[in-house]
Design a binder for this molecule. Structure first.
Ligand code: NAI
Length: 699
């Protein structure tokens, strides 16, 4: 039952009942119209209340239906709203908790609205690359005023009901209930009080004007256009609201619908909706049911107070979870604490954190030099030097002191988690938590599932990731896990492009124009080129047949490690991050090219982008096939949240799907013929080859 029908005296109450957020999918819409007919046909009923069961009035459309025939199937939301407007008996929306998107549009179609305080009200369609499609852009400006409505529609951000109720002249809410608890009774009383009022008020009949019409909308277009370069939807929102002020209601509605349908198929809109679903899918692990019991994590220990240990600790302090940091020396602890303080103080200075909150967070932090002090912690995260010998010593100590059932995590970025787990007598309790730097800022958390990691440990760490507001993605054990394993191939292509004729600046600019936050060379300078150098040195012995450009090594031999040394692929002025091209670097590249006997050629931006992006895609296809990632959308989340892949392209797998896997494979076959590239690598991964041949997609 997606809606419930109850009669209270002369009032029929239709309760949306489609957990978790009363989404307005096909079955729910059908059920609303059935019940509206029933109430209208019953002569004992004088008025009708629509409300929502559980945690929401309604969260809006059922996004799973988007793009499928069900989304538009009759009764679509427009028809449901029309039916409410045309109801012979007054319809009152009793709104609480969450009233968003289609839910708000439905409420705006009702004759009256009564809201509980504390309700989050929004038209968030723009965040999914859309304009509201069921009258939101036409009714909200009439109910709320043009400027307040436009702000809500263009930002998609929720506003609390009690704030909206204070807007002078607003007609969004006819009444604000005294409390969420009293809403139901107040709505019934209100419904009785308006039972005989005629004619019934309709938002569509309200005037919609802005005193400085044209100038205001020009200003809005300039503002919104500047802020949303790669996204068409925000400007369309402005156009739709402008139409509300200039066209007759039904014309405006038709215009909004046309915009909505056109936006439904833009690559940006599809990417945003893919991300919305991918984010939710990431927390679902095929063989770990959502009701898997979890271990209680009330306190955390962190080993190592360096770059990562400090940032990792902050995540837990922010979430109100006490942290104990362990180091080998007091000086290291002092340095770690000072860095954490500096970070918080910067936030206080910027007004992002209140002084008392800062102190409260610091009061949750304690330190120690002794492993024996950690025995009470529910979970420990190790962030010490990246050396197996050091990890071995630490994990043996942890195995000795940690209480039974404690979770033992490592932040290693490259080492074999199974080997680390084997240093303990409890490999089932060991897991990888790979944070990204800066760990208190970056959204991505790769959760590394070892061969023996217990399901409840995995479920606990995934839930903990959510608690500290990370996007947690599960990866199996392999060198580099999902993200860094892929980036190695991307970096290798960057090197070949230099050998063949590019400058670092050309490569960076091309991929940044594609939308990456940073090109491979600026990224190398930020992360430290010495890290890649160390990995390559290891590779030269592990995989002697793997081909690498040597230019990066030549650069490192000159000590150009990146921003931290003031010089890398570019030069840097102390305290600034601007990358300044350097002639000496260009000469190193040219000399190396000459030594290889290569005549440089002009390489198009298109080729640069394809080689960099498809190198990610091909490696990702191997990762997927090997089961390191359980779904393609997880790989997209890793790249969107951790590596600056452009959001509006939806991640490498979504992008490849949109280009068409057949086309991707054709390009790879072409790259494989380039004698200066690595033909072996460009052999399409079997999964990719198969999907391309069958005309299928990753996602
Ligand atoms: P770091 O060198 O800044 O900090 C390591 C800290 O561990 C130092 O303060 C050191 O005194 C301490 N330490 C070393 N051995 C110890 C021991 N036996 N007991 C207690 N403390 C000990 O290193 P960073 O960058 O924080 O890296 C830590 C781990 O995080 C490494 O495994 C690294 O691969 C990984 N990682 C680093 C990232 C980065 O961007 N820096 C990103 C993701 C993972």
């Amino acid at each position: 039952m997606t809606t419930l029908y109850e009669v209270h005296g002369t009032v029929a109450v239709i309760t949306l009942n489609n957990p978790p957020v009363n989404g307005l999918g096909y079955a729910t819409r059908l059920s609303i119209t059935d019940n509206l007919q029933k109430a209208n046909a019953d002569s004992a009923i004088k008025s009708i209340v629509i409300t929502g069961a559980g945690k929401a009035f309604s969260g809006g459309a059922d996004i799973k239906e988007f793009g499928s025939p069900k989304a538009l199937a009759e009764p679509n939301l427009l028809s449901v709203i029309l039916m409410i407007e045309n109801s012979a008996k007054p319809v009152i929306a009793a709104i609480h908790s969450v009233c968003m998107g289609g839910g708000l549009e439905l409420a705006l179609g009702c004759h009256y609205r009564i809201a509980a305080p504390g309700c989050s009200v929004a038209l968030p369609e723009v965040k999914l690359g859309l304009v509201p499609g069921a009258g939101g852009t036409q009714r909200l400006p009439r109910a709320l005023g043009v400027e307040a409505a436009l702000n809500m529609i263009v930002s998609g951000e929720p506003v609390k009901s009690e704030l909206l109720a204070q807007i002078p002249g607003q007609k969004l809410f006819d009444k604000l209930a005294a409390s969420p608890e009293s809403l139901a009774a107040e709505a019934l009383a209100y419904a009785q009080s308006v039972a005989d009022t005629r004619p019934l008020p309709l938002v569509r009949n309200l005037p919609c004007k802005h005193p400085n019409g044209d100038a205001y909308f020009q200003f809005a277009r300039n503002m919104v256009g500047g802020m949303s370069k790669n996204y068409p939807a925000p400007l369309k929102c402005v156009a739709a609201v402008e139409a509300a002020t200039k066209r007759k209601f039904d014309d405006g509605l038709a215009f909004e619908r046309e915009l909505f349908i056109n936006l439904m198929w833009t690559p940006e809109g599809r990417a945003l909706r893919h991300i919305f679903m991918a984010e939710r899918a990431a927390s679902k692990i095929p063989d770990v049911p959502s009701d898997t019991p979890q271990r209680a994590i009330k306190s955390i220990a962190v080993i190592g107070a360096g770059t990562m240990g400090g940032g990792i600790s902050m995540n837990f302090l922010n979430a109100g979870i006490p942290v104990k940091m362990l180091e080998m020396k007091q000086e290291a602890l002092d340095r770690g604490i000072a860095t954490i303080r500096k970070n918080y103080e910067a936030q206080v200075k910027k007004g992002k954190l209140k002084q008392d909150k800062y102190e409260q967070r610091m009061s949750l932090l304690s330190t120690t030099l002794s492993y024996d002090d950690l025995k009470e912690a529910d979970m420990v995260i190790e962030a010490v030097f990246e050396e197996m010998g050091v990890k071995e010593r630490v994990f043996k100590e942890l195995d000795r002191v940690m209480k039974p059932g404690a979770i033992l995590a490592s932040n290693t970025s490259t080492l074999d988690m199974n080997q680390i787990a084997a240093f303990t007598k409890r490999p089932q309790d060991v897991i990888g938590t790979h944070f990204f730097s800066p760990a208190n800022v970056m959204k991505l958390l790769e959760v590394i599932r070892g061969e023996k990691t217990a399901k409840d440990v995995l479920a606990t760490v995934m839930a903990l990731g959510k608690k500290i507001r990370k996007t947690a993605v599960v990866s199996g054990v392999c060198d580099g896990f999902i993200g860094n394993r892929m980036i190695e191939q991307y970096g290798r292509q960057g090197g070949f492009l230099l050998d063949e004729g590019c400058t670092p600046e050309q490569v960076d600019k091309a991929i940044e124009k594609f939308g990456f936050a940073m090109g491979p060379f600026r990224m190398g300078d930020l992360a430290g080129n010495d890290i890649g150098w160390a990995i390559r040195k290891r590779r030269y012995t592990e995989k002697p047949d793997m081909k690498y450009s040597k230019t990066a090594d030549l650069l490192c031999e000159k000590g150009r490690f990146g921003q931290k040394t003031g010089a890398g692929w570019y030069d840097y002025v102390a305290g600034k991050r601007d990358a300044i091209p350097n002639a000496e670097v260009v000469k190193v590249i040219e000399d190396h090219r000459k030594s290889l006997g290569i005549t440089p050629r002009k390489i198009s931006d298109e080729e640069i982008v394809q080689r960099l992006v498809y190198s990610l895609v091909n490696e990702a296809a191997h990762i997927l096939e090997e089961g390191i990632a359980s779904k393609a959308s997880d790989i997209d989340m890793v790249y969107l949240m951790g590596y600056g892949f452009p959001i509006y392209r939806g991640g490498p797998m979504n992008y490849a799907d949109q280009v068409g896997l057949f086309n991707v494979v054709q390009s790879m076959n072409r790259f494989a013929k380039n004698p200066l590239d690595d033909a072996n690598f460009w052999k399409p991964a079997p999964l990719l080859a198969r999907l391309a041949a069958e005309g299928k997609t990753f996602n």
